[in-house]
Every structure is written in structure tokens, then in C-alpha cells.
Design a protein around this ligand. Structure first.
Ligand code: UN1
Length: 502
């Protein structure tokens, strides 16, 4: 067993995962740090998926009757388990997804944050009282548990995405079946074990309240097709969303889609360039460019271009790339060889379209890990390569002179997740955030487009899929709204003055 495999096994053991769950299976799990195989997991079959969904549905039938604040108590216990396990789970995220230590820990912190949020929410699942046109009547809406929630998550946030969905779904009275990325089953096994620990400390948690389906498409397809699954929250590529969305629509199930992003930032003449430099560097190079919210397009005003862009290039040239376990590493590996191929294709297309590329070359790292210097590509215009999302650290930089034109170009891509503006001019900031400004689900001022907190609703428009998870009123997606009209009088007035005397 390699050192990395030993470390992985030790972490999984401490996190409560049985050895049989990550040894002897047919699916090998590779760490992007070195390309080494670190475990072998067992794939769920279509039958396993069907059984898990049936069991989760039975769990839902019991769980929906547990009072919501009591359901919140289970999520509070989950948050406690996550606090205790934060260092180990964060390190497992680093080993399996290649995130830096700080980002691995940050991801677990995001899970803890959403648990805290959901606990508070468990006492606030309130509806409205509405004006009724009829005397001696009351009209109100109540929010009821929905059913089994399917979660399909991606490799880049291998554990946080589950928690944004599951913490809310659980307080809403739903059960959860999770199909993690086939690239990151180990962190999912660990989270599942932590959930089971929390559930064991909670008297009325039904069995199979949270199920886990390790595997490839078969498990995902079963989840999407099963009539008992009332909503599927899917994070991944637009291509995946195009496959999943129509199947859910055909059976009138809900979908919550978090798909591609092609996020831009605009740097205005009045921008604080020191702050901008840091904001752009983190958003574009952080997580090795593998966040949905990664900054991919930068529009710099002509008057500051020649000041900012050389500084940015210097940051790109000096950023510390390498083993994500090293304390000073800022950019870890790409997830796999396919990701490198996509990056190389995008850079070659950009060059063919007149782009001038700085960086983008491979950098030495442990074993067969794929390490690249983030690429900064100066473009005169927004061509096809710029308009598509490449899930790698490539930042396309373009000049602008007129803010309206920059906002137009911000919006002139198929995706609509996140965006930001760097300016000290309140009019420009408000222009960016107003109805004719950025068309994205997230529009920030003086911070980059990535690194959102859980308190806000997270998601985007157009090819990003339109879903919203985490904060604000995202919880409503996991509940069924009932409108109740209650007559406390002794006559039966009909709405709209309709007469029907028998
Ligand atoms: C994703 O990349 O799938 O805003 C989600 C952020 C994180 C979430 C990213 N909180 O960058």
C-alpha cells in the first residue's frame, strides 16, 4: 500500500468508515495529488438504488411527523460531529479532491455553517396569512415535507454540496439519497458515517433517513427516474443538467440544477487595485480554477489595464503550485488527465483566436499528479473559447472602455452563475447590480465571484440551471406548499360572487 493509501485508510478509519467499504470493490479511487490508487469502492447496482430509494421513502413517511424543531436537533448533532471531525474530513477532502488544506477545512466549515443555519430554520418554516374576500374565512399557507430528496454532487465540492441540500431537507421533513461524484466516493463515505453517528445519538431517527449510492451513471439515473424521488438537486456540467432536467420534467418532479458557470469581473477606473489584485487572484487561481464560481473572464478598463495586468501576470508567475498538503501551496492539482486535456484544448483554441497566453504549462509535482501553472490569456474579443466553460485555471482578460459594453459582455455568454465589479464609484456599483446590470444569480461588488457564504441563496440563471440552494428562502424547494382556506362562519359564500343555490 502506498503512503497516500495508508494515510487515506487511517483517516477513513478515524472517521468511522468500515474497511470493507473502501477495499475490495471494483471501482478504484485515485488521489489527484499523485495519481495513485488509494482505495477500491463498491458500486451500487440499479437494484441497490431501488432498494435505497424505497427505504428512504419509508423513512420519509415516519420523519415527516417528527416536529420540525426536533428534526433540527438531529442536524445540530450532525454539526457537532462535523466540528469534531473537521481536521480529518478536511484532510480527506485534500487527499481525494486535491484541495489545499485551507480550502479542505473551509469546505467542512461550510458544512458546519449550513447545519447551524438549518437548526435555526427548523423553528422558522413559516407561511403567510393571506387576505380573503369572504367573511368569516381565513386563508393561510402551510409548508409540508415533500418526500425523498435526491442529491447528485460534483467532485469539486465533494461534501459541502450534500450538506447544503441535506441539512435543509432534513429539517424540512424529507429523507435524502445521495449520489456523489464517482471521483470522490471516499469523502461521501466519511460524511455518511458521521451522519450515522449523529443519528445513533438521536432517539427518533428512522433507518435509511440518509442513504448513499456510490457508483456511476447507473445510480444517478435510478435516482432521476424513480417516482418516489420528488426533487433532484444536481450539481455538475450543463451537459449533465440537459440529461437530468427533461427526465424530471417528464414525470413532473422538481429539479434544482447548479450547472456551469462562466463568471466575469469588471475592473473600473476607480477600483482599489491592491484589493482587486487579491480578489482576482483568489477567484481565478484558487481551487486550481475548479469551482463553479471560478473567475474565468476579466474586463479591465483601458485606463488601468497596463497597471493591473502586469501585476496580475507577476502573481501568476509566482503563485505556489504543488502538493496541496504543503502549508504554503495555493494551487493544487487538476482532478484528472481529462481535465488537463480540456485545458490544453481551450488554450489552443484561444491561441488560434488571437489570444496571448501567459502560463498554462505543466509544473512538477508528486508522482503522476497533474499540476499546471494557471493561465492568463489576453484576448481582444470574446470568442467561442471564452464563451464556453473550461473547468481549469484559465483567466481570459479583455479591455473595455464603456461600462455598458462591459456589462453587456458580462452577460453575453450562455451561463449565468456569478459576477462581480471592482469600483469605488457607487453609481457604477449600483448600475452593475440593477435590473439592467449583471444577469447572474450572484452579483458582487469589490469581492470576486467565488467564495459565497451559505446565508445567501446560491445558484444562477440561463445554462446554470436556475436552482437556488443554501440560504435565504431556498428551503422552500424542499417543501410542499399548501394553501388552506378555513370557513369559521355558518354560511358558504363562494369566491368571485358565484351563485350556486341548491
Ligand atoms: C461550486 O463550485 O460548485 O461560492 C460551488 C463558492 C462556494 C461554492 C462553490 N461557496 O465558491
Amino acid at each position: 500500500m502506498s503512503g497516500l493509501a495508508q494515510d487515506t485508510a487511517a483517516l477513513l478509519g478515524r472517521l468511522g468508515v468500515a474497511t470493507s467499504a473502501f477495499t475490495g470493490g471494483q471501482r478504484s479511487v485515485t488521489s489527484p495529488i499523485s495519481g495513485e490508487v488509494v482505495a477500491h469502492v463498491h458500486d451500487a447496482t440499479a437494484d441497490d438504488a431501488a432498494r435505497a430509494i424505497d427505504a428512504a421513502h419509508d423513512a420519509f413517511l415516519a420523519w415527516r411527523s417528527v416536529p420540525a424543531p426536533r428534526r433540527g436537533e438531529l442536524v445540530r448533532l450532525l454539526g457537532e460531529e462535523l466540528r469534531v471531525a473537521k481536521a480529518d474530513l478536511g484532510m480527506l477532502v485534500t487527499l481525494e479532491a486535491g484541495k489545499t488544506i485551507s480550502e479542505g477545512l473551509g469546505e467542512v466549515q461550510e458544512m458546519i455553517d449550513i447545519c447551524d443555519y438549518a437548526v435555526g430554520l427548523s423553528r422558522q418554516l413559516f407561511g403567510l396569512t393571506l387576505a380573503t374576500e369572504r367573511p368569516d374565512h381565513r386563508m393561510m399557507e402551510t409548508w409540508q415535507p415533500l418526500g425523498v430528496v435526491g442529491v447528485i454532487s460534483a467532485f469539486n465540492f465533494p461534501v459541502a454540496v450534500w450538506s447544503w441540500n441535506a441539512a435543509l431537507a432534513l429539517v424540512c421533513g424529507d429523507s435524502v439519497v445521495w449520489k456523489p461524484s464517482e471521483k470522490t466516493p471516499l469523502t461521501a463515505l466519511a460524511v455518511h458515517a458521521l451522519f450515522e453517528r449523529a443519528a445513533a445519538r438521536f432517539a427518533d431517527a428512522p433507518a435509511s433517513l440518509c442513504a448513499l449510492l456510490i457508483g456511476d451513471r447507473i445510480a444517478g439515473e435510478a435516482l432521476v427516474a424513480a417516482p418516489k424521488v420528488r426533487i433532484v438537486s444536481a450539481t455538475g456540467s450543463t451537459a449533465m443538467g440537459r440529461a437530468v432536467g427533461p427526465i424530471l420534467a417528464a414525470r413532473f418532479a422538481r429539479s434544482l440544477l447548479e450547472l456551469g458557470g462562466n463568471n466575469a469581473a469588471i475592473v473600473c477606473p476607480s477600483a482599489d487595485l491592491d484589493l482587486t489584485l487579491r480578489g482576482v487572484a483568489f477567484a481565478a487561481m484558487g481551487t486550481a480554477g475548479q469551482r463553479c464560481t471560478t473567475l474565468r473572464r476579466l474586463f479591465v478598463h483601458d485606463s488601468v489595464y497596463d497597471t493591473l495586468v502586469p501585476r496580475l501576470k507577476a502573481a501568476y508567475a509566482s503563485v505556489r503550485i504543488g502538493d496541496p498538503r504543503a502549508a504554503d501551496t495555493l494551487v493544487g492539482p487538476l482532478i484528472d488527465p481529462a481535465s488537463l486535456a480540456e485545458m490544453e484544448r481551450a488554450l489552443s483554441d484561444a491561441r488560434a483566436d488571437g489570444g496571448v497566453v501567459t502560463g498554462g504549462e505543466r509544473v512538477a509535482g508528486p508522482g503522476e499528479g497533474i499540476y499546471v501553472r494557471p493561465a492568463l490569456v489576453e484576448m481582444s474579443h470574446q470568442g467561442e473559447a471564452v464563451r464556453r466553460e473550461t473547468f481549469a485555471p484559465i483567466l481570459y482578460v479583455m479591455r473595455y472602455t464603456d461600462l455598458a459594453d462591459a456589462i453587456h459582455r458580462n452577460n453575453d455568454v450562455p451561463q449565468g452563475l456569478s459576477s462581480s465589479i471592482f469600483t469605488n464609484d457607487v453609481r457604477e456599483a449600483e448600475r452593475f447590480c440593477c435590473a439592467t446590470g449583471s444577469d447572474c444569480g450572484i452579483a458582487n461588488v469589490n469581492i470576486g465571484p467565488s467564495g459565497a457564504e451559505i446565508g445567501g441563496a446560491f445558484g444562477g440563471e440561463k445554462e446554470t440551471g436556475g436552482g437556488r440552494e443554501a440560504g435565504s428562502d431556498s428551503w422552500k424547494a424542499y417543501m410542499r406548499r399548501t394553501t388552506n382556506t378555513v370557513n369559521y362562519g355558518s354560511t358558504l359564500p363562494l369566491a368571485q360572487g358565484v351563485v350556486f343555490e341548491i
